[in-house]
Design a protein around this ligand. Structure first.
Ligand code: FAD
Length: 441
């Protein structure tokens, strides 16, 4: 299978750009044989590498990524590793109680796995902070969403705390929010630091990671898979495909994956005392199509990040004109929340590719002999990608568990309608949803 479409994410990877430069991982320039090949070094790929290295001590594992580690979507997200149901297609993020209990168990298994990596691989503390998150409400409708979500969480026996406008101001330094709902179990990542640190700590004589090494062809030859890059190749009997929406570029789940982009802007670093409130917080919007906002601070200063807008891009790239419109929305969202910071410049603006399925399920399982897919994370790849990578490794090594059985029992991603209808439908739905989000955007 010849691959003709490769990752394209607009703008710089801001979280990587604010870190000190690191030594590069090598580019693949030789012909190698390994026990395992993992394609993709995001949450799914690195979780699979970690799980395999634990389960198969002694096996040789090769990981290939088209980009630099931390520069793909795994290093471009807003860093919310959310333990609770967070269905972006639902009005209040929740589903049925039983389904939500299962989701929580899966999300927490992924968080525990990440927590174990933090401890066992001695990752830097700033990469992973379990500080919870707030669902911020800027409108009466948002307040109702939060109240309903709190009732739903209560029925699930999950702790949450409703916050009033004064408490929101004391935390965020902004008078924009009428209220919020705090939930304690979310981990806030510095996503690029998390990804690069895992990659560095996993690399050994058994796990070899090559970056800027896009797989251009993947074929089954005899009982081996044969992956070719521009300057080298890897042969392996078993492959884990951890390329998110690019599963389609490898010929799998055709017309079943929805390619969406979402976007972030990050301010320059400014003095901590220019904004009141607490030093580090993360806020998701009461309406799923509203704005996510984060503050990150250290003794040297503060940055604010806003993420909003989703666009449907079946060709997996975004036009510059569209990006300009999105940056204007970001500026408006910043100004509305932090009018006193109008002189603080935006330093980085970027977008990243997400994969959704119509029925909100992953593209998971053995898709060909010895080829395992851990793809399509429905916009929540910090947890769902981690879990997908862990479970793909378990499936490939024959390790049974309840979580794996649950994943295997999920339906396959549903088929999309013909392309013009899918495009019109998805774009209209997103625009209408964003309009309805009103001041939550
Ligand atoms: C702005 C933004 C904010 C987000 N915020 C959040 C958030 O707060 N919380 C959350 O849970 N999720 C968030 N997401 C979504 C999250 O980033 C993704 O769901 C997650 O990165 C998916 O993980 P993954 O490992 O499955 O795939 P990816 O991170 O997409 O990794 C796949 C890798 O495969 C590589 N690849 C593709 N094709 C090839 C090839 N031919 N050869 C070699 N390598 C290849 C890519 O380069 C890439 O590195 C956000 C995304 C964006 C863009």
């Amino acid at each position: 299978m010849k691959i003709t479409r490769f990752p394209s994410n607009p703008g710089p990877a801001a979280w990587e750009a604010i870190l000190p430069a690191r030594a590069p991982f090598p580019v693949l320039e030789t012909d190698e044989t390994a026990d395992w090949l993992i394609i993709g070094a995001g949450f799914a790929g690195l979780a699979a590498a970690r799980r395999l290295s634990q389960a198969r001590a002694g096996d040789k594992i090769t990981v290939l990524d088209a980009l630099r580690v931390g520069e793909g979507p795994a290093g471009r997200n807003t860093g919310f590793m959310i333990d609770l149901p967070h269905d972006l297609a639902s009005n209040d993020y929740g589903g049925s109680l039983d389904a939500d209990r299962a989701t929580i168990a899966r999300n927490r298994a992924a968080i525990t796995f990440a927590e174990d990596m933090m401890r066992d691989l001695d990752l830097p503390k700033g990469a992973f902070q379990k500080i919870g998150k707030i669902n911020g409400a800027a409108s009466a409708k948002g307040m109702v969403h939060n109240a309903q979500y709190a009732v739903h969480l209560n029925a699930l026996n999950e702790p949450s705390e409703l916050l009033d406008a004064k408490q929101m101001r004391e935390i965020t330094g902004s008078t924009y929010y009428q209220g919020g709902l705090f939930t304690p179990g979310t981990v806030m990542l510095q996503p690029a630091l998390f990804m690069r640190s895992i990659a560095q700590k996993l690399s050994s004589n058994r796990v070899t990671l090559y970056e800027q090494s896009a797989v251009r062809a993947l074929d089954r030859v005899g009982d081996m898979w044969h992956a070719r890059t521009d300057r080298g190749s890897v042969k392996a009997p078993k492959v884990i495909l951890a390329v998110n929406g690019h599963a389609q570029s490898f010929g799998h789940f055709k017309r079943r994956l929805v390619h969406v982009y979402t976007y972030g802007s990050m301010t320059k670093r400014f003095p901590n005392d220019a904004l009141s409130g607490t030093a580090n917080w993360g806020l998701t919007p009461a309406d799923p199509l509203g704005s996510t906002v984060r503050r990150i601070s250290d003794p040297n200063g503060t940055r604010l990040i806003v993420r909003n807008r989703f666009t449907y891009e079946p060709d997996m790239s975004v036009s510059p004109a569209k990006l300009n419109r999105i940056w204007r929305t970001h500026d408006d969202s910043f100004k509305a929340r932090f009018p006193d910071l109008k002189d603080i410049e935006i330093e980085h603006r970027w977008g990243g590719h997400l994969c959704l399925s119509l029925n909100n399920v992953p593209a998971f399982g053995e898709v060909d002999v010895g080829l395992f897919s851990a793809c399509c994370q429905n916009g929540l790849g910090t947890v769902q990608g981690t879990l997908g990578g862990m479970m793909a490794a378990d499936l490939a090594t024959g390790h049974q568990s309840r979580l794996l059985r649950e994943l295997l029992q999920l339906n396959a991603p549903s088929k999309l309608p013909p392309r013009p209808i899918a495009t019109l439908g998805a774009r209209a739905r997103l625009l209408w949803g964003e309009k309805k989000a009103g001041v939550e955007l």
